[in-house]
Design a protein around this ligand. Sequence first.
Ligand code: ADP
Ligand code: NA
Length: 327
Amino acid sequence: LPKAQVFSGIQPTGVPHLGNYLGALESWVALQDKYSTVMYSIVDLHSITQPQDPQMLRENILDMAASLLACGIDPTRSILFQQSQVSEHAELSWILGCLTSMPRLRHLPQWKMKSKQKNEGSVGLYTYPVLQAADILLYKSTHVPVGEDQIQHLELAQDLARIFNNQYEEFFPEPCALLSGTRKVKSLRDPSSKMSKSDPQKLATVFLTDTPDDIVLKIRRAVTDLTSEVTYEPESRPGVSNLVSMHAAVSGQSVEEVVRLAEGMDTGQYKNVVAEAIVQTLQPIRLEIQRLRADRGHLESLLAKGAEKAHSLAAPVMTEVRKLVGF
Ligand code: ADP
Ligand code: NA
């Protein structure tokens, strides 16, 4: 396997949905076969940039751990851990924050989107991308799986590696993007927007823990249009096209193959086929989440072991960083 350090993080903001799975997690699983060191972090420090109920946050962290494992993240081949358990993340974030100007952060997407929703935001939300840079650089990561929406944040990590190296000495490699999110799953109720956890209408989103009945109901109620034929025309027929692309993705077929298979069906009949294909993919994942979630102690000990491994990589890097900075 090529010598590389892969790092990515996901916020513990609830059970992942089909968009997270097809757009990110499925490729995270595949990376375990391609690279020597692969790290996935449940980034709880990032999640408190929005108000969180402590009890709920603790459950969400375990939900995310169970979900990642159920999707195929294998703790013997990757380091799965909770960000806050490795305190070096926060320490490096402080040091990198001191190398960043306020204007450099002002136009980054996380701040622009989330602070606008509330008309204000915390300092933590403002420096969110600095913490992301610290997550990545702390392990001298070389490859970062990201969605397109995160490219600007990765660019900040690249800048900060360069700035640190100029200020002190050549130390951090410049991490490069592994673009994963080319497959966008759209909201079932409003296919002009993406399927999202923060979608207030739960009917618009298929979660990994949805039962077969939930999935059938949600797909049946998915927005289509007045044409009964099944075609793939994302611009003019976004609803039907979203069904086709989800179907293709979960069944591992091309869009053309799926459209050919749907010949002669109307969209109503086709929805049953799509729902069935999604159930086939998600059913084993749902059952595995359930199984893992029933044993809290086991999940907590897996996370503790992951944190220990992560810490053993982070500690020597931070020792060097502290020396370089002059502490
Ligand atoms: P959400 O918008 O549901 O909160 P996140 O922003 O936490 O999702 O995204 C986690 C990962 O899942 C990111 O890599 C993101 O690009 C990917 N992702 C999120 N929603 C979708 C979607 N609808 N289709 C494809 N990928 C998605
Ligand atoms: Na995000």
